[in-house]
Design a protein around this ligand. Structure first.
Ligand SMILES: Cc1ncc(C[n+]2csc(CCOP(=O)(O)OP(=O)(O)O)c2C)c(N)n1
Length: 297
């Protein structure tokens, strides 16, 4: 039922997503890997830049918004999920990817995350998890390890670290995955599955922040991640998925950890849409506002 015209010369290419603006991330930032994986996943699914909406929160990751082609929306800090889900509900055939940092998503905008998961809005949420507030120069977020000296908390934060995965699983998610910014092939596979999932896809991308995160470095992450599928993990097993997602004491599981393909998405459960052959975006009334604008001229 896609209405997105695909490129008739054989589908989109990586070059179609190229933008003349140069990346400004620090050398070694995990955002480079995630940026590459997102473009590759879209290309491999045959989705051209005009066939996707890429939404960005405010933060280092949000600086991706003008470093690739596509319909892009850069919103307010902690608020990427409301506008991404709103766009998707208006036009459900449009793939919508929402990017947010751990500061934005697990501190400032955590309420939106709660309701996006329990509502099962059919969008992809990519958590750029560098375990700190990067753009504002390395303050502790709720995912910073307790006791780590950070810029505004040189003695470490007094609070314990939020167990983000246990929190996510408590909300009955329908898709949970975890990737690592150094493993691009795996991120591409995760993102392709997430984009095709009919529901809220929570994708935790562990990423290096070489400037402000001196604890979970690229090398540390590389040594600690493992591919859960390679060890026989069954992503339909909710209890096992929750267990291996939550327990990061020795190793960190990656890959598609949980997926429920049977759960209806928010749109599927929307009673007022039942029996309609059009989407909300098709029903938008065109109104001439010229008369109202005159008082501002
Ligand atoms: C409502 C609001 N609160 C705070 C800020 C200041 N601010 C901008 S970016 C940022 C930190 C972003 O950290 P995170 O969301 O983890 O993303 P990262 O920069 O690490 O990718 C903060 C606190 C803001 N712009 N708007």
């Amino acid at each position: 039922m896609t209405r997105i015209p695909l490129d008739n010369t054989g589908g989109p290419k990586m070059a179609d997503y190229h933008h003349k603006n140069q990346c400004t991330w620090c050398d070694g930032c995990g955002d480079y890997g995630i940026w590459t994986a997102v473009k590759r996943a879209l290309v491999e699914l045959g989705i051209p830049p005009h066939g996707v909406l890429l939404c960005y929160d405010v933060g280092c990751h949000g600086n991706m918004s003008d470093k690739l082609q596509g319909y892009r929306f850069h919103g307010l800090h902690g608020r990427v999920l409301p506008f991404a889900s709103g766009a998707k509900l208006a036009n459900p055939v449009l793939p919508v990817l929402a990017h947010g940092g751990d500061g934005a998503s697990f501190s400032e905008g955590i309420g939106h995350l709660v309701h996006s998961i329990r509502s099962n809005y059919p969008i992809v949420f990519i958590l750029h998890n560098n375990a700190n507030y990067g753009l504002t120069t390395g303050q502790a977020s709720s995912l910073t390890w307790q006791g780590q000296p950070m810029n505004t908390s040189p003695n470490g934060i007094p609070e314990h670290t939020l167990n983000s995965m246990d929190f996510v699983f408590s909300l009955e998610p329908t898709f949970v995955a975890r990737g690592f910014s150094g493993h691009i092939d795996q991120m591409v596979q995760i993102l392709k599955a997430a984009i095709q999932h009919n529901g809220f896809a929570f994708v935790d991308m562990l990423q290096a922040c070489p400037t402000y995160n001196q604890f979970a470095t690229h090398e540390w992450l590389m040594e600690h991640v493992y591919d859960a599928a390679a060890e026989g993990h069954d992503p339909t097993d909710f209890a096992q998925a929750r267990r291996i997602a939550t327990d990061t004491s020795k190793r960190i599981s990656t890959g598609i950890l949980y997926q429920n393909t049977a759960a209806p998405s928010f749109y599927d459960r929307l009673k007022p849409r039942e029996g309609r052959s059009t989407f909300a975006v098709d029903e938008v009334q065109k109104v001439d506002v010229t008369e109202y604008m005159k008082e501002f001229l």
